[in-house]
Design a protein around this ligand. Structure first.
Ligand SMILES: [Zn+2]
Length: 86
């Protein structure tokens, strides 16, 4: 059985806060953006939040002609950002 994420500071399991969120992964250049589906979890004690449970592949990449429209639609439900600068 898979463990839930654990809050290191509070030494307890986190709880699901929101399923099926949208995360924009930014790889330095805007044309390398992707939108992913994932889950948001939070610590019930300190309220720390973490994004886990990414899908196997992105919903859409910035090279797709409909990317900006899809991104705008996702933004109405709250869009999280992950900067992958390396
Ligand atoms: Zn905590």
């Amino acid at each position: 059985m898979a463990h839930r994420p654990v809050c290191v500071g509070c030494q307890c399991e986190m709880i699901p806060a929101q399923n099926d969120i949208r995360v924009v992964s930014v790889w330095g250049k805007s044309e390398l953006e992707e939108i992913w589906c994932a889950d948001l979890w939070k610590c019930p004690k300190c309220q720390a939040r973490v994004i886990v449970g990414f899908g196997a592949s992105p919903i859409i990449s910035a090279t797709h002609p409909q990317y900006e429209a899809v991104k705008d639609a996702c933004a109405t439900h709250g869009l999280y950002v992950c900067n992958e600068e390396r």
